[in-house]
Design a protein around this ligand. Structure first.
Ligand code: HEC
Ligand code: HEC
Length: 128
């Protein structure tokens, strides 16, 4: 009996530690457009590409977190985030409809037409 309890406690602690250790690296809690199984490295590189394409910082789309200097990436309170989601859907759609020839790549990851194609480093694309 005592052994059993010890076993359960040990399992619980291991599970807790496993979840606890995973949390800080799991960055896909509120994805509505990108694949939910996206790797952190891929998510990070896509976010970096948005900032470069629009010539902005992460805070252009992401809300400041309460009580820290950091940003709350999960929050949707910055309306620019939903603007960006619309653009992401458009880009996925264009690539999928007109350029989607590699069936082994998720259309979300196709990089034929991308933000930079139009934005050229500006939040509002230059018209000339
Ligand atoms: C042009 C707007 C834009 C910029 C700039 C931007 N992001 Fe994002 N970010 C988004 C959108 C939109 C989503 C949600 C994507 C979805 O719904 O699939 C997102 C999601 C995320 C998430 C996942 C949050 C979650 O749901 O768990 C992280 C982490 C993140 N961004 C980090 C960054 C970092 C770091 C930067 C700066 C290098 C950055 N973002 C710059 C628009 C932006
Ligand atoms: C086919 C051209 C095109 C592509 C590709 C494109 N955009 Fe845009 N985007 C525009 C135009 C034009 C505007 C300004 C007009 C508007 O807001 O409707 C704009 C506006 C925006 C805005 C609003 C800026 C503001 O200050 O109001 C955001 C955010 C944005 N784009 C993000 C993105 C992201 C992120 C990508 C890549 C996933 C992307 N765009 C790809 C053409 C494009």
């Amino acid at each position: 009996m005592i052994k059993n309890k010890l076993f359960i406690v040990t399992i619980s602690i291991s599970a807790f530690v496993a979840i606890g250790m995973k949390l800080p690296y799991h960055h896909s809690e509120n994805l509505k457009v990108l694949p939910k199984d996206i790797s952190d490295a891929k998510l990070d590189s896509m976010m970096q590409s948005y900032t470069a394409a629009l010539g902005v910082q992460c805070s252009f789309c992401h809300t400041p977190a309460q009580n820290t200097d950091s940003l709350d990436y999960v929050s949707d309170t910055n309306p620019m985030k939903d603007n960006a989601r619309g653009m992401m859907k458009m880009v996925i759609d264009i690539n999928k409809t007109y350029f989607y020839f590699d069936k082994n790549t998720k259309p979300e990851y196709l990089n034929v037409i991308h933000c930079k194609t139009c934005h050229k480093g500006e939040p509002i694309p230059p018209t000339q």
